[in-house]
Write a protein of this length. Structure first.
Length: 723
């Protein structure tokens, strides 16, 4: 009986059978180990560390390593596909470890909750740490601002000098200690031993305004609200950075590089070690992943990662979803070390076969038309849709719909789901290739033992008999019939895709939506008009954000955020007035975003579009201060000024009062720090004793900018009379 099986086979004699189909011996095991890596997780440390040794024994002895080797190792489990609803906050007596990569939206597990009868505390375990930073906070589906001390400053939680809620985080770097508030409030339940080390966690404190107050209902009418956050998740080892140590997480940094995060996910298996990876090749591919490619809205890195997974179910599901999402495949070196390679639309052949190398071809022109997919649907991990896996609307994209087949046979869908892909552009580039492959020609090549050279190789140039044509094919693992001495290589003809053109090949990402359970009828403010650095005459400094608001509102909330490199930090609160907001500090040269929203009671508008700018001073001369009230009086031996004025410009830093008596020089009486639109009183008494008649007294008020540039004057006059 014919025995047809897939197994590991190597030997110097086989490798030397043909020159143009030569493969180095170790590569003969690569394809099988590829499947082994994607399906096995509980690999004995000794086995993992001896892949190269096993391979060497195969070469020397010409041994046949059967499926039993893989079968004994392939049934164990570890990290799973992405969490279906990672943003939810849930209760559970036990839960799988959850981890994120790139930028993610995450809720978490309620690890502890209790009350002292008035104040309530909730401890939420969110992700395996350490994380890099929190970018945004959400309470009850609405974004809020959290100060560095944990105070929630956004309505309806804000109150005079404090807040009805506190949100405190620990990033999960292993140095965590027990939360003092929990130890103090519940000494018999929470002790210093309750550290929750290595977890990104949040302690949420909800204060009670009084059960009979209307404020209580506005805060807690549906119970204690759940929370979620937008987070720059796990730190990742980058072999290109000499400061990074493979085993020292404290030296790692955040990234969304698809290749580096694929290695990170696989390394989370406790039985894979740093020396199992070919870091030089991983570094080379990571550099390729960062190359900018054109998109419908500009450019972006070629391969990015974003998503959440938990530590249950099979490695194969998680790793395959990761590889699909970043557009890569797993590889092995001749020494058996692991690396990842990005898939090109036009890859290079690694081997070639001619008519003399095979004796039969079983060819199919692709799936039958009635079964062939004719519509491609693409979904990805969408930041625009609050970090849910969301479908891209592909209407009008020619490559995604084969209209004549849809008309003739009805719709046949190919669903390309990429739960670790954070970019609609990247998702569509990957999906086009997958769609073309699913529709493409495929078959099997039957060869003599020369076919063994295909082990561990993916792409081949094949010259078809009698056609004088060479086509690029993607090969699957060869199968050997040892009773006949033949090798069968399944293949799919690689599609000949035109260069990607974002203008015609790419659909726009889904429109951004507000968080769930949050719909506003208030007008959305316009984008802030400007953000300026102000330096006062006393050298104190502040950032100002200007805006113009419409409609009725009771409260304004303006925010800014800075950047660390290209990465945005968390939003910060400001002090708001009717036309601008301010925050202390020197931001000169920093890139910031600014935004504003309004509240009518507890109802909030949507945030304005964000102003993205680099902060600098504006020292254009200002107009004269605006007169509000007051005037001058003339009297014997003195003249008096008592006025109220204000500056109009966002760039105004001070108003200077100067005085001139009887034609002399102007002298400065006072210089006062000002903010635009704020009424400022100026009072001055000019004394003197004219020998006869009177002396004229002139005052002028001028607005100064940050560098002291003097604006136009608002002038007043009076007289000092002699007795």
């Amino acid at each position: 009986m014919k025995r047809l099986r897939t197994f590991l086979l190597a030997g110097a004699s086989y490798a030397a059978m043909t020159a143009n189909a030569h493969a180095d011996p170790i590569s003969l095991i690569a394809t099988a180990i590829h499947g082994f890596l994607l399906s096995s997780t509980a690999i004995a440390a000794a086995a993992t560390g001896t892949i190269a040794t096993v391979a060497a024994n195969v070469i020397v002895g010409g041994a046949l390593i059967g499926a039993s080797l893989l079968g004994g190792l392939a049934g164990r489990q570890m990290p799973s596909p992405s969490v279906p609803d990672a943003k939810s906050t849930f209760e559970s007596s036990e839960s799988a470890m959850t981890e994120g990569g790139g930028v993610v939206g995450v809720g978490g597990m309620k690890a502890f909750g209790n009350t002292d009868g008035s104040t309530r505390w909730r401890l939420v375990a969110r992700l395996r740490g350490p994380i890099d930073a929190v970018q945004a906070y959400y309470v009850g589906g609405r974004e809020v601002i959290v100060d560095s001390d944990g105070i929630v400053t956004s309505p309806p939680w804000a109150r005079s000098g404090s807040s009805w809620m506190r949100w405190e985080d620990k990033i999960g770097d292993g140095s965590e200690t027990a939360w003092p508030a929990l130890v103090s409030a519940f000494p018999t339940l929470w002790t210093s031993a309750h550290r929750a080390r290595g977890l990104f966690q949040s302690l949420l404190t909800y204060y009670n305004p009084g059960l009979t107050t209307s404020k209580y209902l506005s805060l807690y009418q549906s119970g204690v609200p759940d929370t979620w956050a937008i987070v720059r998740a796990s730190l990742v080892y980058d072999p290109r950075n000499p400061a990074h140590e493979p085993l020292d997480v404290a030296t790692w940094e955040w990234t969304e590089n698809g290749i580096l995060l694929a290695a990170h996910v696989l390394r989370r298996d406790p039985f894979f070690f740093g020396y199992d990876f070919e870091w030089d090749k991983i570094g080379e591919q990571a550099t390729k992943a960062e190359v900018s490619v054109a998109t419908l809205t500009g450019t972006e890195p070629r391969s990015r990662f974003g998503g959440v997974w938990n530590y249950e179910a099979t490695r194969s599901e998680t790793m395959q979803e990761v590889l699909d999402s970043i557009g890569a495949e797993i590889r092995l070196t001749a020494e058996g070390k692991i690396w990842f390679e990005l898939i090109d639309d036009a890859p290079e052949a690694e081997i070639s076969f001619g008519p003399r190398d095979f004796y039969d071809v079983d060819w199919s022109a692709g799936p039958e038309a009635v079964e062939r997919p004719n519509i491609c649907r693409v979904s990805y991990y969408s930041p625009e849709r609050n970090f849910e896996v969301t479908e891209v609307g592909m209407t009008g994209i020619a490559w995604a719909t084969i209209d004549d087949e849809v008309t003739r046979y009805g719709p046949k869908y190919l669903d390309v789901k990429l739960p670790f892909c954070p970019s609609a552009s990247q998702a569509q580039r990957i999906a086009r290739r997958k769609f073309a492959i699913a529709r493409g020609e495929h078959g099997n090549i039957s060869t003599n033992m020369v076919g063994l050279a295909a082990w561990g190789r993916y792409y081949a140039d094949v010259e078809w008999p009698d056609l004088d044509e060479v086509e690029l094919v993607r090969m699957e693992a060869p199968r050997i019939d040892d009773s006949q001495g033949t090798v069968e290589i399944p293949f799919v003809v690689w599609p000949n895709l035109p260069a990607w053109n974002p203008e015609t090949d790419e659909a726009p990402a889904p429109a951004e939506i507000p968080p769930l359970n949050y719909v506003s009828d208030l007008p959305t403010p316009a984008m802030p008009s400007a953000a300026l650095q102000i330096t006062y005459p006393d050298s104190s400094k502040e950032l100002r954000l200007g805006y113009a608001l419409t409609g009725d509102y009771s409260t304004i909330e303006a925010n800014y955020r800075t950047y660390t490199g290209a990465l945005p930090n968390a939003w910060q609160g400001m002090t708001e007035v009717s036309t601008f907001a301010y925050a202390a500090g020197d931001f000169t040269g920093q890139t910031i975003d600014g935004r504003v929203r309004t509240f009518d009671g507890d109802e909030a508008s949507y945030f304005s579009p964000e102003l993205h700018t680099v902060i600098a001073a504006d020292n254009s001369a200002c107009a004269a201060p605006t007169y509000v009230s007051g005037g001058t009086t003339s009297d014997i031996d003195q003249a008096t000024l008592s006025v109220v004025v204000k500056a109009a410009e966002l760039r105004a830093a001070a108003i200077r009062l100067q005085r001139q008596i009887n034609g002399g020089s102007f002298v400065t009486v006072s210089t006062v720090n000002v903010r635009p639109g704020v009424n400022m009183p100026f009072d001055n008494v000019a004394g003197g004793s004219p020998p006869s008649g009177s002396w004229p007294v002139n005052w002028r008020l001028q607005t100064l900018t940050s560098n002291g540039t003097v604006g136009a004057s608002l002038s007043f006059s009076a007289f000092i009379f002699s007795e």
